[in-house]
Design a protein around this ligand. Structure first.
Ligand code: ZN
Ligand code: FE
Length: 255
């Protein structure tokens, strides 16, 4: 029985995600922005919460943990490097560790840069990746606790996942990200068709998530910082990919 994923809105522009294993009846909440919408989603799907998989310590990803933990018998798994800043942690994980949600097996990828200990969860057999605020569709997280040379390898790690991998990120930022990306690569055909698709989805009130790694490889300027066309666009034709990535990120910060 294949895994099921349920995506729903939380807070202002966060996403909540439930990952469900029908074989064993296990369900993980990926992060917990706030308890109410997670509870409502569990009721709607008639799923029992067994796990919370935390990507990073920010309040808009952890604010619902304590309340959910008080009401459900669930295990909270968090990144080892920032577990002390996350409530009610039961297990800490680091690069290469595995998490199990019923019979589903996810691998922990350390993807620092947005925060110093940020992790992502990759469920290889299910072709699913939960990337928190490291990678957004057509964007990436701000460098709040890391420099470009910390974030760039994290993005390369995610870029290297199989192209068919479905990517669930923490926020609905895609429309703004597309507008920015078009200033870097106005002629990129894949980006232009993604832009059209995103306009239609937003007009219909539908999420632009999940994306795929393959789509991000073709459209996300932050994953394309080692391509000559992106380097040239930011006036850094002979610079290293990290320098180009830093320049693209700095432009987005001011966009
Ligand atoms: Zn964050
Ligand atoms: Fe966030």
């Amino acid at each position: 029985m294949p895994a099921e994923v349920h995506l729903f809105k939380c807070l202002r522009d966060n996403y909540g995600v439930l990952l469900h294993d029908p074989a064993k009846g296990a369900t993980a909440s990926i992060d917990a922005p706030e308890a109410g919408p997670v509870e409502a989603a569990l009721r709607e799907k008639k799923w029992r919460l067994t796990d919370i998989l935390v990507t990073h310590h920010h309040a808009d990803h952890t604010g619902g943990i304590a309340e959910l933990k008080a009401r459900h018998t669930c295990r909270v798994t968090a990144p080892q490097r920032e577990a002390q800043r996350i409530p009610a942690v039961d297990a800490t994980v680091r690069e290469g560790d595995f998490v199990t949600i019923g019979s589903l097996v996810g691998r922990v990828l350390e993807t620092p840069g947005h925060t110093a200990g940020h992790i992502s969860y990759w469920f290889k057999s299910e072709n699913l990746a939960f990337v928190g605020d490291t990678l957004f569709s057509v964007g990436c997280g701000r460098l709040l606790e890391g420099t470009a040379d910390v974030m760039w390898p994290s993005l390369l790690k995610l870029r290297g996942l199989p192209p068919e991998t479905e990517v669930y990120c923490g926020h609905e930022y895609t429309a703004a990200n597309v507008n920015f990306a078009l200033t870097i690569e106005p002629k990129n055909p894949a980006l232009r068709s993604r832009a059209d698709e995103v306009v239609k989805l937003c007009e219909a009130g539908r999420p632009t998530i999940p994306s795929t790694i393959g789509s991000e490889q073709q459209t996300n300027p932050f994953l394309r910082a080692d391509l000559p066309e992106v380097a040239t666009a930011v006036g850094l034709a002979d610079a290293s990919p990290v320098q180009v990535f830093a320049a693209v990120r700095a432009r987005k910060d001011k966009f």
